[in-house]
Design a protein around this ligand. Structure first.
Ligand code: PLP
Length: 356
């Protein structure tokens, strides 16, 4: 099947094949990675190799730390304010995942929603000016790619004199990222990095501070001080993340190439949707995501028929989020161009059969 799930999402076949080859004897250990002690030299090598590959891939400077956590993207909604909220947080509301971050921030301190696209069902990215920010806030918080609504920041908001915290859960590794523009990046692994259960954090080292009040597991420094192994880390998940990094480096040839492929895939689908008289995409063109493409027919019954027939034809998990309706094709890194081409063929056939 072609799996258009928003996450957990499809993984590169290359990665799954390599993982299955190594299942019973990983790194000449005579066992699976799942069975290895996280204190073993074999696992330490797996983790350090994954970090080194990610550092090369994303060009992460040495003054940033790479951390593997658990708790999903959602734990970051609390961990960021617990670690960094003092005078206020400026959050741009672009949908479900910032709404949740706002709710968690509100429990912990002053939370300023400095812009929002809620009134238009989050179909665009609000553009803000430096003067829209609160004078005394500590940081600006954004969700860079909005998985549910299919929007993406093409330019970061101004944040002079403030830190920038960004949720890259659904766009990380889809394109080159200038890490130096951020203070903290986080991403749940289950879309473009690997399996659910791992959360990647990239954080400026000078933000890591000891704390007498924060629980150890909720302080980023604990993870940095212990090479992400303060407690038992999600070992198998980290191993698969490492294989995805290897695929991106050695098979795809880096993030510039990945971006080209992703643009080709997304443009093909958007061009067809724009030319079709049945389907439409509600998102402001300049804010369209390269990873999540929502589309509707404008008729709920026809949408349901599409989802059903698509599934029968081998296009699975293409139903849109309940807050948007219709369909959503999540076309992360691992979705091959062929998957999009075949989907478009199906969409054309469905359009011809159901033209009004
Ligand atoms: N942020 C974004 C952009 C997401 O798409 C998601 C989940 O899909 C989350 C955060 C929440 O992630 P998790 O389920 O890992 O907590």
């Amino acid at each position: 099947v072609y799996n258009f799930s928003a996450g957990p999402a499809c993984l590169p076949e290359w990665v799954l094949n390599k993982a299955s080859e190594e299942m019973l004897d990983a790194h000449q250990s005579g066992m699976s990675v799942m069975e290895m002690s996280h204190r073993s030299s074999e696992f330490e090598d797996i983790l350090n190799t994954a970090k080194a590959r990610l550092r090369r891939l994303m060009n992460i400077p040495e003054d940033y730390e790479i951390l593997f956590l658990q708790g999903g993207g959602s734990m970051q909604f609390s961990m960021i304010p617990m670690n960094f909220l003092k005078n206020g947080a400026d959050i741009i509301n672009t949908g479900q995942w910032t709404k949740k971050a706002i709710a968690e921030h509100k429990k912990l301190g002053k939370t300023n929603v400095v812009a929002s696209s809620a009134e238009d069902n989050f179909t665009y990215i609000p553009k803000i000016k430096q003067s829209d920010l609160s004078e005394d806030s500590d940081y600006v918080y954004i969700c860079e790619n909005n998985t549910i609504y299919g929007t993406k920041y093409k330019e970061l908001p101004p944040h002079e004199g403030k830190m920038l915290m960004a949720d890259l859960s659904s766009c990380i590794l889809s394109e080159p990222t200038d890490v130096t523009k951020y203070d903290l990046i986080f991403a749940g692994a289950q879309k473009n990095i690997g399996p659910a259960g791992v959360t990647l954090v990239i954080i400026k080292k000078d933000l890591l501070k000891d704390s007498d009040t924060l629980p150890s597991m909720l302080n980023y420094k604990t993870y940095a001080d212990n090479n992400s192994m303060y407690n038992t880390p999600p070992t198998y998940g980290i191993y698969i993340c490492g294989l995805v990094f290897e695929w991106l480096e050695d098979v795809i040839g880096g993030l510039e190439n990945m971006q080209k492929i992703n643009h080709q895939k997304a443009n093909l689908l958007y061009d067809y949707i724009d030319s079709s008289s049945l389907y439409s995409n509600p998102v402001n063109k300049e804010d369209r995501s390269y990873m999540n493409v929502p589309f509707v027919t404008g008729d709920k019954e026809l949408d349901a028929k599409f989802v059903k027939e698509a599934k029968e034809a081998g296009f699975v998990n293409i139903k849109g989020h309940r807050t948007v309706g219709g369909m959503r094709a999540s076309i992360y890194n691992a979705m091959p161009l062929e998957g999009i081409e075949t989907l478009i063929e199906f969409m054309k056939k469905f359009e011809a059969e159901n033209a009004k």
